[in-house]
Design a protein around this ligand. Structure first.
Ligand SMILES: O=C(O)CCC(=O)C(=O)O
Ligand SMILES: [Fe+2]
Length: 361
């Protein structure tokens, strides 16, 4: 594999997020978004696939329709780990209010958004690019995070007072997402031959985090990603996106919480977000996660299968290992590229505390 030197591919137009005003620094900032050739997007934002399963939740409480729905969701989770939900029952006005407030917030001047700066591990707020510190290459996005569940741990001082009136909308939206996630996890539990509550129970208490993504127009969408290729670590993610397009999924699979619980039966979608020159884009990801001390171990092992992990671990450990592994892979790749060779395969033994300390999500 060969990669062209980074210096030959500097984005053409100044970076729109938070330029420093210092020409040299801004140049360096722009360069920090340029991906290695093998990571650059292959398809533009507006090429849509019709392969992703579309599932209607209409009639979810009717026994026969539920059985059909259940089978479709199982197929989608086995093949892709992702599906589009329609007829979900979430109020369209609530969805459009949430999106409008998000747009209003991201349109505020940088100093206003930075009143909620989340760096240093604060419980919610505004960040550019990512929750991860010391990224090798940066993402072309701004994010705002609400820690929404458990409710008694909410820190409303981290919820913006500008735009005014947003808080009750976030509250209603997060409740609706919790209810929708519950419904989907009930169906998945039944699909695994367990009682409806099994997956939820394994999470002990469902935690929830809303991450609002704003992807500004990008002058060089062929060099840059809005959000790098990754898998989400938790139980289920509900993603709301506008009409612009940019989410791209491959069905290679990866091993995280839901994959372990289903003993490898349900995939966790490997995905990324691309950006484009013409339109900015908003998406709202709702991450539903178990409590940190929840135990990761297959809940249902089918006949003739062995458990895909040898011994139970906590969700907190699984999460840290995953993040450390992602960072380590990126660092190895950077070193290997600099030395003109391909990266060595990841060695789990190499995770050490220093890497874990670099994670602030
Ligand atoms: O914006 C998107 O389409 C993807 C967002 C996402 O994958 C995430 O926030 O984890
Ligand atoms: Fe994601």
């Amino acid at each position: 594999m060969t990669t062209s030197p980074m210096s030959s591919v500097v984005p053409a137009v100044p970076f729109p997020l938070l330029p420093t005003g210092d020409e040299e620094k801004d140049e360096e900032l722009r360069r920090s978004f340029v991906r290695d050739e093998d990571e650059r997007p292959k398809d533009p934002h507006n090429v849509f696939s019709n392969e992703i399963p579309v599932i209607s939740l209409d009639g979810i409480d009717d026994v026969d329709r539920r059985a059909v729905m259940c089978q479709k969701i199982v197929d989608a989770c086995e093949d892709w780990g992702v599906f589009q939900v329609i007829d979900h029952g979430v109020d369209v006005d609530l969805i459009s209010q949430m999106t409008s407030y998000a747009k209003e917030f991201f349109a505020l001047p940088p100093e206003e958004k930075l009143r909620y700066d989340m760096t240093g591990g604060k419980k919610g707020g505004f960040l550019v690019s990512s929750h991860l510190q010391k990224e090798v290459v940066r993402d072309w996005r701004e994010i705002f995070t609400f820690f929404s569940y458990p409710i008694d741990e909410r820190d409303y001082s981290r919820w913006p007072d500008n735009p005014q009136g947003w808080t009750p909308v976030v509250d209603a939206y997060s409740q609706n997402m919790m209810a929708l996630a519950d419904k989907l996890l009930e169906v998945l539990s039944e699909a695994m031959g367990m009682d409806r509550e099994a997956l939820k129970r394994s999470c002990i208490d469902m935690q929830q985090k809303l991450v609002l993504n704003s992807y500004p127009k990008c002058p060089d969408p062929h060099l840059i990603l809005g959000l790098k290729r990754h898998t989400d670590p938790g139980t289920i993610t509900l993603l709301l996106q506008d009409q612009v397009g940019g989410l791209q999924v491959t069905n290679d699979g990866a091993k995280t919480w839901i994959t372990f619980l289903s003993n490898g039966r349900f995939k966790n979608a490997d995905h990324q977000a691309v950006v484009n020159k013409d339109s900015s884009r908003i998406s709202i990801a709702t991450f539903q996660n178990p409590v940190p001390e929840a135990v990761v171990f297959p809940l249902a092992v089918r006949e003739g299968e062995d458990p895909i992990i040898d011994k139970p671990m906590t969700y907190a450990d699984m999460y840290k290992n995953k993040m450390a592994r992602d960072i380590d892979l990126a660092n190895q790749k950077k070193l290997a590229t600099a030395a003109g060779r391909t990266a060595a395969p990841f060695d789990l033994g190499k995770i050490h505390q220093k890497m874990l300390d670099e994670i602030i999500a």
